[in-house]
Structure formats: C-alpha cells, structure tokens
Design a protein around this ligand. Structure first.
Ligand code: F6P
Length: 343
C-alpha cells in the first residue's frame, strides 16, 4: 500500500475527470491512498491537496473540466521549485505522482523523474500534439465541437453568400483544424505545419466562386503562419510561465485580407475555449478511463518515468523522454487527403 498523488496541469480538457475517477477507483482496489493536488503544480508547491476516494469522485465521469482545478504554474520558474515539490511529497507521505497534462506539465514531470522523483504521466491536450501516443484524450471532443460549429457556420455562409473564416485551437499542430475541417467540408484548411500565402487562399476562394459556389469556409488553426510574417498573429500580448504566447487572432487578419483582395463579403469566428469546455464525448471518457487505470497500474508496479499511451488499440507505456522529445505534428498524408476537397 502506498500514497499516490495526482494533479491536472495546463489547459483543461474534456475527459480529465474520467482519468481522476479511474486512477482513484483502481488505486483504491489495489489498496492505495490517493491524494489530489489542487491547481496543477501550484498545489504541490503550496501543499494544497484533498483526499480522493471512490465516494468523493462519484458522479464526475461525464463532467467537463477538472474537479482538482488546474494552472499553468511552472515549478522550475519558482525559487527552489523542485525541492519544494519533494518537501511536499515527503510531508504528505506521497510515494509517487501521477501528473495529467500536456508538454509543459509532463516536461516538469520528466525533469522531476531525472531528479529521482517517482512519476507516471498521462497525456492530455485537445491539440493532440504529444508524441508517443496516437491520440490524447480531449481531442475528439474538441474536434466534434469544432465540426458542429462549422456545420452551423456553413448554413449562414450559404444564406448570405459569404466567406467565413473559422479559427480553432492548435498551437504547434493543426490536428483540430485538419480533422474538423475535413469533417465539416472546409474549402481551405490552414495549419501551423505549413506556412500559407494569403493570395493562394484567395485564389482558391475565387476558383470556387467562379465555378458557381457563392460561399466558402476557411478553417485556420490559431498557430498558422502567413508566409510574409515572422511571428504568429495574436490579439494578445505576454507569455505564460512556460514561455508560450497567448494565441488567437489570425482569423481577424484573414477576414480583412480575403474581403479586401477578393471583394467577397467575409466574416470570422474564433471558437476559443468553447472547444475545451463541457461534456466529453464517449470516446474521450473511455480513453481517459483506460489511461487512468493504466497509469495507476504502472505506479503500482513501480514503472516510473513512463507515460501511458495509445498505440493502435492498445494502451502501452512509453518513456517520458520519448513523449517529450518533440511535438507530434500533423501527418502530411492526412493533410493531402483533406486538400483533395479544397476549393
Ligand atoms: O492546451 C493547449 C491549448 O488548447 C492551445 O491550443 C491554446 O493556445 C491554449 O491551450 C490556450 O490556453 P489558455 O488560454 O487557457 O491559457
């Protein structure tokens, strides 16, 4: 029997509560005690935690967000961060940590592992850009939300004979843009992996209109970059504790450019955090549940420094270093398939 801590860090993601519930349920069956740290690494630094039991995690499977709260706190940006984490774990009698997060949260986990802390990571991000796993949980829900939005924008674009630019999340990778764009029948999809020429986008829209269509849908990932720009366009300033710029706003630029260059009336919609909120799809509840059970099993067996991952239909363990080496970018073949349907 051991005491195991868990935390959810970085942007929230549909399915986090499914992971928490699964870790607690399986961990309790194995005779472990579970301690949930509040608000990501901030809670470990501050020693803010709550006991988690099957009773206290009942009824959360279908709920979005995270019952533990989250933050983008980077302990290595704080004075003595690593030591403070170890001190909290020692004081709480916590033998191992299960951090549920993306590249930043798991990056901290990897560093702690190198310093001798027992960790098992669970991959979370709606962006689906973590290497080592075929999918992260939360991605399918975000894609469905974006696809539903594109369907709705389609009918209003068609009625008004407009171009509509839809901006979705995706900092380094265009997975959400490519999947929702393909599912929603987008006429152009712009992703961070491929710089785009605004004139080429306009040409595609013109071609469509020349061949009889009176409206077009352009899906753009927030991290997509025009060929002439040195940096991603954003309406915001400043960076978070991991050095990431706050994105959002490339659609504003595209709206202006497409309307000015083509003369077609154009509108833009930035979907933003609606993609991360609310009820997880069944797929993400199932994947989160499988990840949670696999993570506590790895901790139970003392297989630390690993991350649970989906490979094909199997849940496997990969070294944290493998998952963190570089982001998992959009498969070029997938993009080429989407391109078949562009205007
Ligand atoms: O979690 C990744 C992500 O969804 C990115 O696509 C996006 O840029 C970021 O989160 C926004 O997060 P927040 O505004 O909550 O800090």
């Amino acid at each position: 029997m051991a005491r195991i801590g868990l935390l959810t860090g970085g942007g929230d993601c549909p399915g986090l509560n499914a992971v928490i519930r699964a870790v607690v349920r399986k961990g309790s069956q194995e005779g472990h005690e579970l301690l949930g740290y509040r608000n990501g690494w901030a809670g470990v630094l501050a020693g803010e935690s709550t006991e988690l039991t099957p009773a206290t995690t009942r009824g959360i499977l279908h709920r979005g967000g995270t019952i533990l709260g989250t933050s983008r706190t980077n302990p290595y940006k704080e004075d003595g961060g690593g030591d403070r984490i170890r001190a909290t774990m020692e004081r709480d009698g916590v033998h191992a940590l299960i951090p549920i997060g993306g590249e930043d949260t798991l990056g901290v986990a990897g560093r702690l592992h190198d310093e001798g802390v027992h960790v098992v990571g669970v991959p979370k991000t709606i962006d689906n850009d973590l290497a080592g796993t075929d999918f992260t949980f939360g991605f399918q829900t975000a894609v469905q939300i974006a696809t539903d939005a594109i369907d709705r924008l389609h009918t209003t674009a068609e009625s008004h004979h407009r171009v509509i630019v839809v901006e979705v999340m995706g900092r380094h990778a265009g997975w959400i843009a490519a999947y929702s764009g393909m599912a929603g029948g987008a006429d152009v999809i712009l992703v961070p992996e491929r710089r785009f020429d605004v004139e080429e986008v306009c040409d595609r829209v013109r071609r469509r209109h020349d061949s009889g269509s009176t409206f077009s849908i352009v899906v753009v990932a927030e991290g997509a970059l025009p060929t002439d720009d040195a940096e991603v366009r954003s309406l915001h300033q400043g960076t978070d504790a991991f050095g990431h710029a706050r994105l959002g706003g490339i659609a504003v630029h595209l709206e202006q450019q497409i309307e000015a260059r083509t003369g077609y009336e154009t509108r833009m919609t930035i979907l933003g955090h609606v993609q991360r909120g609310g009820t997880p799809l069944a797929y993400d509840r199932v994947l989160g549940t499988r990840f949670g059970v696999a993570a506590i099993e790895a901790a139970h067996e003392g297989d630390f420094g690993t991350m649970v991952a989906l490979r094909g239909t199997e849940i496997i363990r990969v070294p944290l270093g493998e998952a963190l080496a570089e982001p998992k970018l959009l498969d070029p073949a997938f993009y080429e398939t989407a391109e078949v349907f562009f205007g």
